[in-house]
Ligand binder design. Structure first.
Ligand SMILES: Nc1ncnc2c1ncn2[C@@H]1O[C@H](COP(=O)(O)OP(=O)(O)OP(=O)(O)O)[C@@H](O)[C@H]1O
Ligand SMILES: [Mg+2]
Length: 356
């Protein structure tokens, strides 16, 4: 899919901004603080219902404004056009598709997939499991839309069990919730592991091109509990300890997966630049996997690619891009030299006028 037009209001430094990118590579160039990342963030918000930056869902709201809005006109691979809008009003989202109010944001996420890589992306490799779970669950959603309602049901059951733990409830009160958690977790696990085994060959292939120096790649996945025991048995076993801690230690909310490179003894040995390159492997693999499984490339956002990536890795990525018909938005503080620009590349100069 291609975003043909992006508009945002009251988003960070922009009172109003619009961008009409081309179908291929688009460079967004400007000085620090100009709003380059904010434009990528706008597209990402449409596809995730949250920002990739810290600070919660109201942080992108321009200082002094009461709400913010992101709007995009998207050309799908089947040549249909969709108009998508998302407004943050107080503490809730209002989503619109082709002028109709939406009761759930799922149609937005589906119509406008955006894969983002940026200066903090090394946390996908080195940071908390939550980052990797979000990456995986967002991927799962694109092939299994029903996953949204499963996660909702899971969160409800988990909240309920945690409340029972804190209330010192009787054993029998736990059983129905633990049964439900067991059933939900098995389904979530099946979707996650199926998705990850589909992604694995893409990850392996991209790693062999982008970071061959790290050795052969394997993917390790943990569902969040002892699979042999089953979650129901595990929750039973954990109950007294969970009561002391006041929360549930095992379950679908504790799943994790990791990239294990043959020539790296443990992931903490990766330098920041190597971890960033490994995160880039994930972004490129996800981009191709989405195309092969959903029939459409996402928008690929590469924010400040040169920071901490050396020239060799940066060149490998730009070569990867120029060989494919993917809409991509790349940011830089420096205008790329004409000899490095692939045919059809567009360059936009981002300026902020009156940061609020
Ligand atoms: N909530 C907000 N309200 C108003 N301005 C904000 C808000 N949040 C951030 N800003 C400002 O928005 C501007 C845009 O930031 P952004 O990160 O998009 O810039 P950038 O062009 O990517 O810069 P860099 O090259 O440093 O990465 C900054 O000047 C920042 O101070
Ligand atoms: Mg930036």
């Amino acid at each position: 899919m291609n975003i043909e037009l992006l508009r945002a209001s009251n988003l960070r430094c922009f009172e109003k901004v619009s961008l009409a990118p081309g179908p291929g590579i688009n460079w967004l160039v400007g000085p620090n603080g100009a709003g380059k990342t904010t434009l990528l963030e706008a597209a990402y918000i449409l596809s995730h219902g949250r920002s990739f930056r810290a600070g919660g869902r109201t942080a992108p709201r321009r200082r002094g404004a009461s709400d913010y809005l992101v709007y995009a006109e998207v050309l799908r691979v089947d040549k249909s056009r969709v108009r998508l809008g998302l407004t943050r009003v107080d503490d809730r989202w209002v989503g619109r598709c082709n002028g109709e109010d939406l009761s759930s944001l799922a149609p937005l996420f589906e119509a406008c997939p955006v894969v983002y890589f940026g200066p903090e992306s090394h946390t996908l490799i080195l940071g908390p499991a939550e980052e990797r779970r979000s990456f995986l669950d967002w991927s799962v959603f694109h092939v299994e839309h029903a996953s949204l309602s499963l996660w909702k049901a899971w969160r409800r059951a988990l909240r309920q069990r945690n409340a029972l733990l804190r209330q010192g409830a009787a054993e029998r009160d736990f059983e129905p919730w633990e049964h439900e958690m067991d059933q939900l977790a098995v389904r979530i696990h099946a979707m996650r592991s199926h998705c990850l085994s589909g992604l694995e060959p893409y990850l392996v292939e991209e790693a062999s091109h982008l970071v061959p120096e790290l050795g052969a790649l394997q993917i390790h996945y943990r569902p969040g509990w002892d699979e042999q025991m089953g979650l129901f048995g595990q929750l039973n076993l954990d109950r007294e300890r969970d009561r002391e801690r006041g929360f549930t230690q095992h379950g679908a909310h504790r799943a994790d997966w990791s990239l294990v490179f043959g020539d790296v003894a443990q992931r903490e040995h990766l330098s920041r630049g190597q971890a960033k390159a490994a995160a880039l492997v994930c972004a490129l693999a996800l981009t191709r996997w989405l195309n092969d499984n959903v029939g459409e490339y996402p928008l690929l956002c590469l924010d400040d690619l040169e920071s901490e990536l050396d020239a060799v890795h940066t060149t490998r990525v730009t070569q990867w891009l120029s060989g494919r018909l993917i809409q991509s938005w790349l940011t830089s503080t420096r205008t790329p030299t004409p000899d490095t620009l692939a045919a059809g590349t567009r360059v936009f100069h981002v300026e902020h006028t009156g940061c609020g």
